[in-house]
Structures are given as structure tokens and as C-alpha cells.
Design a protein around this ligand. Sequence first.
Ligand code: ADP
Ligand code: MG
Length: 685
Amino acid sequence: MKTTDPVTNIKGVGDKTSLLLKKLGITTVNDLIKYYPRGYEKYETPIPISDLKDGIYAFHGQMTKRPVTKRVRNLTITSVYVTDWTGTIRLSFFNMPYLANSMKMETEYVFHGIIHESGKTSVYCEHPKVFQPEEYMDRVRHLNPVYSLTKGIHNTTISKAVRKILSDQIEFCDILPEQTRNQYHLISLKDALYQIHMPEDESTLLAARRRLAFEEFFLFLIAIYRLKEHKNPIINKYQMFETAESNRFIEMLPYKLTDAQKKVWSEIKAELTGTTTMNRMIQGDVGSGKTIVAILAMLLAATNGYQSAMMAPTEVLAAQHFATINEMIHKYQLPLHPVLLTGALSAKEKNLAKKAIASNAVNVVFGTHALIQENVSYHNLALVITDEQHRFGVRQRESFAGKGKDTHVLVMSATPIPRSLAMILYGDMNLSVMNELPSNRLPIKNCVVNTDYRKKAYEFMKEEIIKGRQVYVICPMVEEGDMEHLENVMDYRDKLKAYFPETIRIEALHGKMRPAEKNKIMDYFSRGEIDILVSTTVIEVGINVPNATVMMVENAERFGLAQLHQLRGRVGRGAHQSYCIFVSGSTSKNNMERLSVLNKSNDGFQIAEEDLKLRGPGDLFGIRQSGMMDFSIADIYQDSKILEEASEEVKRILEEDPEFQLPKHHNLKMYVLEEDFQQVDFRTI
Ligand code: ADP
Ligand code: MG
């Protein structure tokens, strides 16, 4: 087996499994081996039945009576009583009579599941998993990998396939030079892959993680350092002149710009009208009003006869920007001619949009990644703006800038990155910090609650909806999968529909929907035609519906604090009092403490710092800031020290051997030369 082989070459992986794996983005052996677990499970040590109470537990037991199966409407309920030396507990299985029937009488099993208390003295357990004792005890001793799954594929399918790969004598090409590995105490690639999928214990897992995170940063930094060829200021080829239009527009806005917006706008204006090309990042918390500053820059370019383009990471967000600009053009008579280009357009529409972009018919372009496709050419392009830049790779940003010749570059981000890290990652960019929210905002009221609070929350939502407001509910999963205990969008929508009167309009939104469908739902929601939007985190970036005042997040324990802060940023965008309800499925002390940080602060920077402090560098099980920094294993907060080390090392190597000519850098050279590297999607920071 080779790493480039298709997954079907792995013994036990057939066509059916390979199709499912493809859904997870896995087609080759290499993809699978790089599909790291998203967490690890340690199975609880079994306890005596008499000690069981509410919670997740394991216990030994034997069946002393035959199972009893009843039919209740369309449900088959099988009850089983199991006993150990301390007591007896009832287990119920729904629609699985065969499971209980396959269990042998008076034979020891281990059961693992959620225990419910019924009354003061009695407990029962629904749908426990049943194990042979040896099998279970093996799981207790090890850390068991937990992979992200899709419907139809089981965790064991993935872990078995991974084990097959690892037991094969496969060649893994280790890119890190030996000197680097020795200097920074990094284990070999092969060991790291082994330990990340099948860790012996926490310390070997940590070592594996450290090695893989280092490599990720290392390659990422090599890519950016090599891309940044020209660090010297470039002469401004599109020097603009101030026009009356900007001020007229600012005067007409229904609000006054904040001091922070004014400051950033004047920094941008100075560069666009100055002698060197702009290369600037705006960092501003969610809701600080970055969009209007970007639009001001686009307006200035347009009134100077230039084209500008803004790229957003999602269809939904690009469409929203386009709608905003159209509304403004109409309301304020702006001399702008906009066009939208996204993957959701029909082939015919795309062609029309591309034609327009290549001509002088449009002066402001909005879109998604579609804007950087090869066959899109621009006319007099002077300014490119990337919104939510942390969602794009370095290469994507570079190719966007490459659509013009030495264009002005503006990137916007709501990710609060500590300055020291920003220096490593964006050393050549000027930073504008927008550290102020518009003054009409009332601080968001937050609460962290457990699932018992749901009824109250729904009643509260009802009151807000009657007042004319709208609600978001976030679930971590799209549909029912292996993670039964996590809320999913589809079932939740149905649950809410059953709970609320029909007059309340409830819809679902998630990333697996077709783009056009997503846009339609988002469009209805922003026009106020949907009252409750049940969604995954696809709505997390950029969406602006100021009338929405309630954000309820289910399984809040599953998200990183910074991500929860982003989600919260979807409300509190208008003058109405807004509320955020974080519903936690786990009431552990650590978890509640972590979530309570959100209660105490509405400031993104502070939250990022607290998050880092709470997790600490050794916290493997900390929740990754998914969606914020899409390294597959590294995390710029948690691994900031590793990032610094990788940066030192990359600088040293590039100084010593910039073209990787030395034999010791052979593997690195091969990797960089490989076409693969060109395509590596550094969807990061
Ligand atoms: P973000 O910085 O998160 O991208 P947006 O640019 O989407 O934020 O702005 C959020 C909302 O705030 C929008 O509805 C926008 O019209 C409004 N807004 C922007 N600037 C101001 C301001 N100075 N005063 C009041 N509202 C503002
Ligand atoms: Mg925004």
C-alpha cells in the first residue's frame, strides 16, 4: 500500500464505505491517515448497580429473567432486568428486540449508557451499549479515538481502516529534517500518526499532537514566507483623490460612525490617496461595523474610476453584502454598479457576471471563492477586500490580490489574535484595530443553563417573537448520526414545530443544503419571514439580521469559547435588547466554569485570553476553535508556543538553505516541489 492509493486498497474498505468516506473528504490512504480523531473517549470504570444515579455510567450485570417485549403504538420496547451483587436495574431498548434476545442468560456483560433516576430509589437505563467484559475493559485501559462521522459510517469503520493502514509496512515521507526534530524534541512522523490514532496514554498522545502541530505550522509558515517575496513598500499605482462622495454618504447614514470607524477609515483613505500601496488588516470584534468602512473604500475607488472587489467565505454572506450594497445604492444614490458572482448562480448567470466584471460596466464586485477562479478577469481592479479573512487560505488571498497588478489589499477579521501571534502570521500587514461597538447597542444579556431550562427558553422566545423579533437556535449536528446525544438541526426543527403554534414560522439551515436553498432561507430570515432559524454554525460568520434578538446554542459544551462568542455576535446588532442562551448538555464543573466566561464578558479579546488560560497548553481535550482556525490539528491559541518555535526554525532554514538544495532538506524540497503543495489549502487563521 502507498499513501497515494485509493481507500479501496485498504482491506475491508469496499465501494460502499469509500463513497461514505468521500463525503468526509477522504479518497486516498493519505487522506484517511490525516483524518485525525476529533477527540478521545475514556470509558468509565464500571461501578456497582446500587451506586448508579443520573449521568453516564458503566456497570456489570447478568440477566436473570427473560427479556419482555411490548408494543406501544409503533414502538417496540424491550425491557431487561440485570443484576449484580448490589442490586437490579431495568434497561429498555426501543425497536431493537433482537439485541436483548441475543444476550445470554446468566452471563456477565458490561453496559454503558445514560442512567435516569425515576423516583427516589429506582434508576433505569435507556439503550445502553452492551459489551463483552474483556472488550470493555480494553476500552477502559486505552484512549479511544472519536472521529467526526457522517450518516451511515461508524466510528469503528474508520478506526479499523486506520489500524489496517498503520499495521501495513507503509512508507511515510517525513518532511521535518532530523536536525529540526532533534532540536525541538519531535517524534517521527510514523510514531506520531500511530499515537494520534491509537494512543497508548496521554503523554504519548501529547507528543504526537505536538509533532503534528509543529509540522502544520512549519509548512504553513514556509508557504507564507516564500509567498511574501516583496516586503518592501510598493509604489501606489492607483493613487486616488478624495471626492465629495464619501462625506456625502457618511452624512446621510442613519447613524454616526464610531470614533474607531472614523480612525480606521482615515487610515485607509490616507493609504489609498498616498504614495505606497495599501496592505492592511482590520481587526474588529463582531458587530463593530467593519462592512461600512469597506464600502467607503470601495466607493472612493469607484469615484476615482477604479473597480474593487469583496470576497466573502460563504454564499450566504456574499449574497448579504450584495443585498446591502443594492439597498444603499438605492437609498443614497451612490454611483456604484455592483455585480455578484458565486457558485450558486446558473452557468448562464455566471457568464453574464464574468462578462460584466471584465468590462467597465461594473465598478464593485461581490462574491465568494468564485472571484479568484482563473477565468475571471477584472477591469481596472485597484482594491481587493477579503471579509472574514481567517476563513481563507493564504494562497487564496494572494490569488485574489493577483487578479490585479499591485492592487490595494484590505482584509477584515473578527478573530482576536494576540499581537505577538499576529506579528508572526501577518508580519507584513498594517493592523487597524476597531475596538469599539456602535453606541446604540445594549450589552447582550447572557445565561448559561442546563437542558431543564428549555421550556422556559421556548416561552421566552415566544414572547420575543410576538414583539416582532427573531430567533436563532444552533445545534452542533445536521442530522441524526452516531452522536445520538448531540442535538441535530433536522430533528430539532421538527421538535420546535411540534411545540410552537403553527403561526410561528420555523426553518432549518445547514451546510449540506444546496447553495441556492441556503440563500433562499437566509433571505427569508433577513426579510423577517422566518421567526426561528434552526441552524448549524454555518450562520456563524458575518450574518447581519439586526432584528434577531435571541441566540440559543444547544450543546454549548461542544464549542470553543471564541466560536460561541462569534455565534453570539449574530444578535445585539440593532437597538433592541438581545439575549444569548447557552444550553449545556454537560453540567460538569469545568465546563460550567468555562462557559461562565461568556457570562462575564462580551469582549472578544478578553474571551480569547480567558479561553487560552483555562485550557492551558497541555489540554488535549480542549475544544478546538473549529471554524476559526482551520489547521487540522494545531490551534494558534493553544499551541502559540509551538507556533513561535516553528517560526524560528523556518526562518533559520530559509536563511541557511532558501531553495532546499542541501541533502538534509531533500524531503522538504520534494514536498514543496510537488504539485500538491501548490494546492495545499491552508484554510487557516
Ligand atoms: P461586523 O464588524 O461584525 O462585520 P457589520 O459591519 O455587519 O459588523 O455591522 C453590524 C451592524 O451595525 C450593521 O447592521 C450596521 O449597519 C450597523 N452599524 C455599523 N456601524 C454603525 C454605527 N456607527 N452605529 C450604529 N450602527 C452601525
Ligand atoms: Mg462582517
